[in-house]
Write a protein that binds this ligand. Structure first.
Ligand SMILES: Cc1ncc(CO)c(N)n1
Length: 228
């Protein structure tokens, strides 16, 4: 297949495959799937992910501001709403189970990798186009969907007795799947006919945030925070 017949998302799905495979096999991800991930590690992650999602939601708000059509603006606004009221509710529920208040969640100090990840995306989004913004966002939404579906398929009915069932349920839900599908289609529409120079810049964003996803899993597993 040459680059004329391959869509941008087909192209990056292939080039990011080795990174995504590492994400899917990561002991953190596998530990969610089979329920063996230690609770203290999961709590550390939930708190970090909560503040990550505040910045991720901000990217949707910026997407609305940069949108070129009213439909696109409406979709970004819907995704912002769903992230804040639906996805982050998962974190608030787990936190409540673990006796962590909403305030404490919100006051979590982002770890170095967390800050590197959101900082990279925010910088690309503030200084770039809507297409740069979506190229950065896409691996977050798309690979979580891959992980949600994979863990569901790998673990069958045992998921029902898994303490992380709600997490798996969230990322394999119809709402989450259709949100990431919309981003995939938007990305293909935005990149249609772009010159190779621009496509490779956008691919770099996609690969960088895919690698940051890996580093995020890795650093949460180790519970990395600031050394000083
Ligand atoms: C780090 C990270 N990436 C992606 C998602 C999916 O929204 C998430 N919750 N956290």
């Amino acid at each position: 297949m040459n680059s004329k017949t391959k869509s941008f998302t087909e192209r990056v799905f292939q080039s990011a495959a080795p990174i995504w495979e590492k994400n899917h096999l990561h002991p953190f991800v596998q530990g969610i799937g089979n329920g063996t991930l230690p609770e203290d590690i999961f709590i550390f992650y939930m708190k970090q992910d909560y503040v990550y999602l505040i910045e991720y939601a901000r990217l949707f708000a910026m997407g609305a501001a940069k949108a070129n059509t009213l439909d696109t603006m409406a979709k970004f606004s819907q995704n912002l709403h769903e992230t804040v009221h639906f996805e982050m509710e998962l974190h608030r529920q787990y936190a409540a189970e673990f006796g962590i208040s909403r305030k404490e969640l919100e006051l979590t100090v982002p770890s170095p990798i967390n800050l590197a990840y959101t900082g990279y995306m925010l910088n690309a989004a503030y200084s770039g186009t809507l297409t740069d913004l979506v190229a950065c966002l896409l691996p977050c939404a798309w690979d979580y969907r891959e992980i949600g579906l994979l863990l569901k398929a790998q673990n069958g009915d045992t998921i029902l007795s898994n303490r992380y069932e709600k997490w798996i349920h969230m990322y394999s839900s119809n709402e989450f799947i259709s949100m990431s599908q919309w981003l995939i289609e938007l990305m293909d529409n935005l990149t249609k006919g772009l010159p190779e120079g621009e496509l490779s810049r956008l691919e770099k964003h996609f690969l960088t945030t895919s690698r940051l996803e890996f580093l995020f899993w890795e650093s949460m597993y180790r519970q990395d925070s600031w050394p000083i």
